[in-house]
Structures are given as C-alpha cells and as structure tokens.
Design a protein around this ligand. Structure first.
Ligand code: KG4
Ligand code: ZN
Length: 355
C-alpha cells in the first residue's frame, strides 16, 4: 500500500442510511456503499429510531468487509478510521461510531469523529465531482428530511449559521404534504412528479417568513394551510373518496411553488448579507428541480454560481464523511480520542480549531 494515498475508511449511520466508504487523501473513491432502509420504515410513514439502530448493526459488519474487499485493502493499510458522531439519532450514532472506534483500536489507527453537517457542507470540495472546486468562503444550503440550514462556510471547522428552520425541516414538510395527498413515504420525489401535472397558481398558499429580516425558515403554517384547503375540498366533495388526481396535482404544484418562493427569498437574504462567489446545495430536497432552478436564478442575480453535487453525494453517504476526515486531517483538526462522545445535537458552530 503506497503511503501517500493515506486511505480513510468512514462509516455513516446517523439516520436511515447505513454507509461505508474508503477515500484517499486526494479524493479518489476506493469504495462507496450505501444501504437505504426506506423499505424498513415506509410502513410507519417515517424513520423509527429503534429499527434504524438495529438495521445499522445488522448491515455494518458485512458492508465494512465488502468495502475493504472492493478497495483491495486490509485494516492495516488504512491511515485512519472515521465515523459520524452527530447530529442524528443516538442509537445509530452509537452503533456506527463504536464499530469504527473498535476497528481503530484493533488496528492501531487514529479515529476521526465527524459532524454530519460538516460532511455535507464540505462535499462539494471533493475533487472531480463538480467542474470547479469551490474555495472558501461559500454559502451552503442543506435541505434534507432532518435539516434546513443556511451556512456561511468560512473554512474547515469554521461555520456561521445564517438561518435555520424554526419548526419543520423542508423535507419533512414535503413528506407531510405528500402524505396528505396519499403519496407513499418519502413523498418528496412523488410530490415533485405529481406537481408537473398541476397548476401552481390553483391554490393561494402562504409563504411563511418571506421578506422577514434574517434567513430563518418556517414551514408548519404552509403545511397547515394545505391541510385546511384539502379539508375544504373533501367537504365540497361530500365524501371520503380520494382526492381526484387533477385536484391533488394542483395542490402539489401550489405547495411546491410556495416552497420555491420561500427558498428563493431566503437565499436572496443570505446573499445580500453575505456576498460569496459560490452557493452549494446538499440534502435530499436539493434533488427538486424547481427548487434548484430558483436557487440558481437567485445566485446568478447576485453574481454567484450554484453548485449541486451529484445527488448520490447530496443525500446521506459515507464518502462525505471520509472526505471531511481528510479535510480535517489536512487542517490539523483531530484525530479525536476514542472516548469522543456521540452528540444527537451538535451545532456546527461548536466545531473549529479549539474543539
Ligand atoms: O438527505 P436525505 O436523503 O435524507 C435525510 O433526510 O437524511 O433527504 C430526504 C428528504 C425526504 O424528506 C424527501 O422527501 C426529500 O428529501 N426529497 C425531496 C425530493 N427528493 C427527496 N423533496 C422534494 N423534491 C424532491 N425531488
Ligand atoms: Zn444528511
């Protein structure tokens, strides 16, 4: 094993994806495995933490062995082992990080405790995944089922919160409205497809926080407004019959249009207060084409460029965790002790040279 490759094996287990990846210091991906647990949770309409933790435990041993096989490496060849230690569901974090710590101890390798949000925020810097590697500072919009964050990324370990949601996460809002429309979990992608058939002006819906100072988000009022409109429609139909498809499509399109307006407004505020050359999007909601297009328009209006990593790296994966560990090592942040705690809540502002 040549020394300069310095491969790091990383484990991600903070939510409902079990993932393991091996990445060289120059960003070469030697293994990238992700097992989605969506099928295990779909019948409950959301992620069940206990089921997630058990699934991570069942999947990880085989997955780590397979990652090493694919990379043609043994634990002795690795330069370090990393795991997400927060934020996320505590059971999954404990399973994944203890697995990584045990490997590090047995192989005598350094351990890196990685913040999941930092991993999302640094992914776009992975060489070769986008035409250009953004320099610091840049703005990162992280929009997933669990997070809605606007970040000023000033450097590795140096983050400033520009805004976050004061209630639901953006993906959660998509999933809840999709459920109201009778779409299966996770409903975001299905809602986007249905929206294509509908009229985005059919329903008059609120745009919470639009025009407000700062960059915070709120989605629960919008979701409630959709629920009320649906309730009125159901009464008008005077039956428990499912919503006719054209009506559901209008509802999906109107909701998505409101989400688009909210994101455009919040990014506009962020770029006014923090002018940067690049805006990065990450998280599952970044797959939404209407939202991406609106963000790109706003970025361009501010002389900035929107960068969206490939979807596989936008959603939860372990490549981003391994890359964050490589970035932290290069910045002389870490390694971390083997008793580094798991932190279900771990704000990015707590990271940095002093942490
Ligand atoms: O990042 P992610 O895969 O997982 C975590 O939340 O950890 O994000 C999943 C979220 C779900 O809420 C899903 O409905 C939403 O991203 N999502 C979308 C789309 N694709 C996924 N929301 C809107 N439009 C989409 N095309
Ligand atoms: Zn995530």
């Amino acid at each position: 094993m040549e020394k300069k490759a310095a491969p790091i094996l990383a484990i991600e287990s903070s939510c409902d994806e079990t993932a393991c990846a091996i990445l060289d210091a120059d960003g070469t991906v030697r293994a990238d495995l992700v097992a989605s647990q969506i099928a295990d949770h779909a019948q409950f309409g959301g992620v069940v933490p206990e089921i997630a933790a058990r699934a991570h435990l069942a999947i990880l041993p085989g997955m780590v062995t397979e990652a090493l096989d694919r990379a043609g490496l043994t634990p002795a060849d690795l330069s370090a082992i990393a795991a997400t230690t927060g934020p996320g569901l505590i059971g999954g974090l404990i399973v994944g990080s203890n697995f990584a710590k045990a490997m590090a101890l047995a192989a005598g390798k350094p351990f890196y405790a990685i913040n999941h949000l930092e991993a999302h925020a640094l992914t776009a810097r992975l060489p070769g995944i986008t035409p250009l590697q953004p320099e610091f500072p840049y703005i990162c919009l992280l929009v997933s089922g669990g997070h809605t964050l606007l970040l000023d990324v000033q450097g590795v370990g140096r983050y400033r919160h520009l805004g976050t949601t004061i209630d639901d996460a953006a993906g959660e809002a998509f999933d809840k409205v999709a459920k109201l429309l009778g779409l299966a979990y996770p409903g975001g992608p299905a809602l986007e497809r249905l929206a294509r058939e509908g009229d985005p002006t059919a329903l008059s819906l609120p745009r919470p926080m639009r025009g407000r100072a700062g960059c915070d988000f709120s989605f629960s009022g919008l979701k409630t407004a959709v629920a009320q409109k649906l309730f009125q429609s159901a009464s008008a139909l005077a039956s428990n019959a499912p919503l006719p498809r054209p009506m559901a499509a209008d509802c999906a399109a109107s909701f998505q249009a409101a989400m688009v307006d909210i994101f455009a407004d919040r990014l506009d505020h962020a770029l006014r207060q923090t002018p940067v050359a690049h805006v990065i999007v990450a998280g599952g909601v970044a797959a939404n084409r209407a939202i991406r297009a609106a963000l790109s328009t706003i970025a361009t209006a501010h002389g900035a460029q929107l960068i969206a990593p490939p979807l596989r790296l936008c959603t939860d994966n372990a490549v981003m965790v391994a890359w964050a560990a490589q970035e932290r090592r290069r910045a002389s942040l870490g390694p971390d002790p083997l008793d580094a705690p798991c932190r279900p809540r771990w704000p990015l502002t707590a990271l940095g040279p002093a942490s």
